[in-house]
Each structure stands twice: as C-alpha cells, then as structure tokens.
Design a protein around this ligand. Structure first.
Ligand code: GUN
Length: 295
C-alpha cells in the first residue's frame, strides 16, 4: 500500500503546536509579527502572500502588508526594508519573489536584517545552514524534513536524490539532508538539468525530492518499488477544460511503485506556509529572550 503523505494535516498539527508559544509571547508583550512586501503584478504571488496573511491571522501572528508598485525605484524598496529592520514590533520580513528586473534580488536579500530573515535566504543564514548552525531553515526544505519525520521515513543512511538545484529548495534541501542531525545523515545526490542519466540516479534512491519546476518529469519508470517520493513542484498546466495544478512528479505512475508520496496540491505547499509561521515565532522568541517550544 502506498502511503499518501497528508501535508495539510501535518501543517495543521504544526500550526496547532505553535499556539501555546504564540500565546506565551503575546502575554509577555511580544506578539509575533510578519511583514510581507509584494512588488510584482503576478496574481499567483498576490495569492501566496494573502494566504500567508490568512495563516498568520488564524494563529494570532500579527502582520504588516506592504505593496509597492512594480515601477517603484529600488531605493524605495531598500528604504522600506530598512524601516522594517528598525521596527522592534516586526520579527519576520518576507520580500515576495520574483522582483522586477530593475531590482537586484541579491541586494534585497542582503538588505534584510538576518535576524528577521524568516525565508532563510540572507547569505549569513545560508552560511549558517551550510555550517550546521542554522538560524532559520528555509521554509520549503524544512517542511519536507517535517513531512518525512511525520511519515516515519528514516533519513539516516538513506540514499536521497534531490532533483533541482535552486537556492530556495534544491541546495538547502541537500544541505539539510546531509546534516549530522535529526532528519539528516542521508547520502545525497543533487541532480539538475545537466545530469547525465537522471533515471539511473532516481532508480537507486530510497528518497526522491522532486524540485525541478518541470511538470510531471519524474515518472514511474524512473522510480524503484518502495521509494519515498516528495513532490515540491507546483505547475499550472493547460488542460482541455482550462488548467490544473500538477507537481514535478507524474503522480499516477509513481504512486504505483512508491511506498509513500506527497500529493499536489495538499503535500509540500501547506508545509512551506506552516514553516514560515514557525520561523516567525522563533524570531519573536529570540527577540523576547523566551525559550519557546517549537513543534
Ligand atoms: N516566491 C516563491 N517562493 C518564495 C519564497 O519561498 N519566499 C519568497 N520571499 N518569495 C517566494
């Protein structure tokens, strides 16, 4: 029997597990607060940001919602980030990507106070993650780690293949899986668009994390019986009746062989959002110098 790993349920447990800490912090006068900055016209980005606000409200995390016209000069965005950095009531800052072409994304990531960088994308936080001393684990790979734990998947000694080498998912995912720590200790192969014979790599894996951004590219014939398959992809594809969301995994053919698989939607997506709340609560706990319990 293939286990369908229910990301919605695990994310809901994480949110519930944060409630006591949010209450403790709020009672102590430090209500956790996430600020988002949206500076693009992409309707999907606007939807993601509004879902993040909804999640925060549900658990008692305060929010700031800043929208800038995509034509805004970069300096104005930097001023906005500086203001949020200086604001003691803001604990997490998320600048939604992508940014307009005239804005240098790397400069933006460097501008955010690393202590408030709940995405975990600032070079200081990337360095800490690689060094095994993470402050904020990036939300999607952290969410994958939590899903694997919830499904009782042993990473220690496992052969894991990460398909995709993005800064947001592939690279930090590989780093988390090789850490000498719980949820790590795997032997990791990172595959990408130039990988020779991808199927040979995935067929020899105990765990496959698909994060290439290519619809349904991981098929059943690339997977061996009993593999755990985590699908990070969210791709909107045209259908005869309009469009639908599919992952990077061809669900039907892979589910026939996998021992466990995440669906799209309802797998990794809800976990990414839950781990953003987690990082925001961690940040508020650090500021308040209160040792909060994190699920
Ligand atoms: N755009 C797509 N995913 C993300 C993310 O995880 N963080 C930010 N800041 N922007 C994104």
């Amino acid at each position: 029997m293939t286990e369908i790993i229910d990301g919605k349920a695990v994310a809901s447990d994480i949110r519930t597990g944060l409630l006591d800490s949010i209450q403790t912090l709020t009672d102590a006068g430090t209500t956790p607060c996430l600020a988002t900055v949206l500076m693009n016209d992409d309707p999907a980005s606007a939807t993601y940001v509004s879902m993040k606000h909804k999640d925060c409200k549900e658990v008692g995390i305060a929010t700031r919602d800043i929208e800038l016209d995509p034509e805004t000069p970069a300096e104005e965005l930097f001023d906005t980030i500086d203001d949020l950095n200086a604001d003691p009531d803001v604990h997490g800052i998320l600048v939604q990507m992508p940014l307009p072409d005239h804005v240098d994304e790397r400069e933006v990531l460097r501008r955010i106070d690393p202590a408030k960088d709940v995405d975990g994308f600032h070079p200081e936080n990337v360095g800490r993650l690689v060094a095994g001393n993470a402050r904020y684990k990036p939300c999607t790979p952290h969410g994958v780690q939590k899903l694997l734990a919830a499904a009782d998947v042993e990473t220690e000694g496992a052969d894991a293949v990460v398909v995709g080498r993005s800064n947001i998912v592939g690279k930090p995912m590989a780093n988390l899986l090789i850490q000498k720590a719980e949820g790590g200790n795997a032997t990791v192969t990172v595959c990408h668009s130039r990988t020779d014979d991808l199927a040979e790599k995935t067929r020899n894996a105990d765990i496959v994390v698909a994060a290439a951004g290519v619809p349904e590219m991981v098929t059943g014939e690339m997977i061996s019986e009993g593999t755990v398959v985590i699908d990070v992809g969210i791709n909107r594809v045209e259908t005869e009746d309009g469009s639908e969301l599919v992952g990077d995994v061809d669900y039907d053919s892979v589910a026939e062989k996998a021992s466990a698989i995440t669906p799209v939607p309802g797998g990794v997506g809800p976990m990414t959002r839950a781990m953003l709340l987690w990082n925001t609560v961690k940040s508020a706990g650090d500021v308040a110098d209160i040792d909060v319990d994190l699920p």
